[in-house]
Each structure stands twice: as structure tokens, then as C-alpha cells.
Write a protein that binds this ligand. Structure first.
Ligand code: IMP
Ligand code: MG
Length: 225
């Protein structure tokens, strides 16, 4: 119906990719040939990722577009998602009467070695978080697995007394190890698989891959540290 508001009907889960989803054969797409045999299949093609982010940007604008936002990008895995999300937010803002003032800041954490969560979150870099006091903060993260990384980051950021904190995660894994943390905005809910590409890495490899793919056993062995 014309003029009807499009409400997301996903219960906050985003695009749900089932455990039976076979993905796409790699050779139906282009990918860096040095990863030949290091990947099993394409879980989410690049174009679908970007289309979904466009909708997330719209949802975010509808919810918090009236206020100034401090976008806090969690590096390195979040950089592609953050860049594309900010681009869409800017486009919406430019083409509507809703005015949004955005600042972008970067933070670096590390919790994974090989494909295992290390428990303790290390902060490798980042700005002076005291600048977040009184701000509306949008944390932009690549993937929530156990949720531990995001919980400890939120605990740290809350101490700086921002006015509001929202979390956007491109991916959320369906895993029994999740401590029930749910982002405010989710791109895709995926099976409990280790995925790479679109800036998500395995020991720093695969960030130069456009699609989100499932790594093969051979790939894990080859790039293990
Ligand atoms: P969590 O603490 O288990 O939720 O893990 C979150 C962090 O681990 C994310 O910010 C990622 O950087 C990393 N991570 C978790 N799963 C994956 C994956 O499948 N591929 C790449 N990185 C991952
Ligand atoms: Mg991350």
C-alpha cells in the first residue's frame, strides 16, 4: 500500500541463513585465485551483503536519525561493513529532510587466534574513549559469535557515560556458546561456521575477498599460526 511504513519482520535476527543452506559454488563468482582450495563455498555474495546494509542504514535512520551519531567502527573486521553503512547513511541523509550529523571513530580489539575465541579481549589501539561522554554511540562490528567480545566492549564503553549505545553487527552466529547477547541491528544470522571475506579474516588472510565464504580445512591448516 502506498505510504505504508515498511517494518522489518525479522524479530531482530536479520536475514536468517539456515543450517541446511548449501551456499553457492565458488566458481560461479570471481575471487582471488590464491585462495583456490582454501574455501568451501560462498555463504553470502558481495552484492547481497551490500543490499542488506542499505536496508540496515534505513532502519538505523528511522530509529536514531534525528540525533547526532558517533559511529564506532571495530577494526579490522568491521571496516568494510562500516564504510558501506556510513555511505548509505550519508546517501539517505543527503536525499531526505532528516538531517544526521555523523562522526566516525575507530577501535581495535583482538579475541581470536586461529578459529578459537581466546576469552580475554585485548585492546590493541583506539582513541580516547572519554570523548564518548553524552554521545549517541553506534558500535559497528563484523560478527558476534559467543558475544563475549561485544559484552566486554560494552562494559568498557558504558563507563564513559554515553547518552545511548546501539550495536550493529553484520553477522550473528547461531551458537550454543552465545551468552545471549543480541545486537540492535543484525545483517544476517548465520550457522556456527568460521567465515571469511568482506574484511573478516583468518589470521589476517582473506580480507581481500569480497564475498563472505566458509573456509576449508585446507585453508585453516595452511594459514594456521
Ligand atoms: P565473540 O567474542 O565470540 O562474539 O567473537 C567476536 C569476534 O571474533 C568478532 O568481532 C570477530 O572479530 C571474531 N570472529 C568471530 N567469528 C568469526 C568468524 O567466523 N570469522 C572471522 N572472525 C570471527
Ligand atoms: Mg570483530
Amino acid at each position: 500500500m502506498a505510504g505504508k511504513k515498511e517494518e522489518a519482520r525479522d524479530n531482530g535476527r536479520g536475514v536468517v541463513i539456515s543450517n541446511h543452506w548449501p551456499g553457492y559454488d565458488l566458481d560461479l563468482f570471481t575471487y582471488p585465485q590464491h585462495y583456490y582450495e582454501d574455501l568451501n563455498y560462498v555463504l553470502i555474495p558481495h552484492g547481497v551483503i551490500v543490499d542488506r546494509i542499505e536496508r540496515l542504514a534505513k532502519d538505523i535512520m528511522n530509529d536514531i536519525g534525528y540525533s547526532d551519531i558517533m559511529v564506532l567502527c571495530v577494526l579490522k573486521g568491521g571496516y568494510k561493513f562500516c564504510a558501506d553503512l556510513v555511505e548509505h547513511l550519508k546517501n539517505i541523509s543527503r536525499n531526505s529532510d532528516t538531517f544526521i550529523s555523523m562522526k566516525v571513530d575507530f577501535i581495535r580489539l583482538k579475541s581470536y587466534q586461529n578459529d578459537q575465541s581466546m576469552g580475554d579481549m585485548q585492546i590493541i589501539g583506539g582513541d580516547d574513549l572519554s570523548q564518548l561522554a553524552g554521545k549517541n554511540v553506534l558500535i559497528v562490528e563484523d560478527v558476534v559469535g559467543t558475544g563475549r567480545t561485544m559484552k566486554s566492549l560494552l562494559d568498557k564503553i558504558e563507563k564513559y557515560k554515553p547518552n545511548m549505545i546501539k550495536v550493529a553487527s553484520l553477522l550473528v552466529k547461531r551458537t550454543p556458546r552465545n551468552n545471549s547477547f543480541r545486537p540492535d541491528y543484525t545483517g544476517f544470522e548465520i550457522p556456527d561456521l568460521f567465515v571469511v571475506g568482506y574484511a573478516l579474516d583468518y589470521n589476517e588472510y582473506f580480507r581481500d575477498l569480497n564475498h563472505i565464504c566458509v573456509i576449508s580445512e585446507q585453508g585453516k591448516a595452511k594459514y594456521r599460526v
